[in-house]
Design a binder for this molecule. Sequence first.
Ligand SMILES: [Zn+2]
Length: 81
Amino acid sequence: MKCQNCSQENKLNAKACKKCGRDLAVPPSWFPDWRWHARTLGIIYACLVVFYFVTTFALRQLPKPYHIRDIPEDLTPWLKR
Ligand SMILES: [Zn+2]
């Protein structure tokens, strides 16, 4: 079997790697590779882009004049600025 750490070929029943000493009885833990990172970051980025457009679309559905970002002060006298 191959060592997960240094790729050294070891005996099938070896308890530890003869080169680096890594415990071979421990099941190999999960190491994400660059493909996993690229895919995950791509999914996160796509979600952010979708969220941005959905939010922009939702804010445009607000009644006038609340569809604009900065509401004129005379329209909201209860907001003391
Ligand atoms: Zn090793």
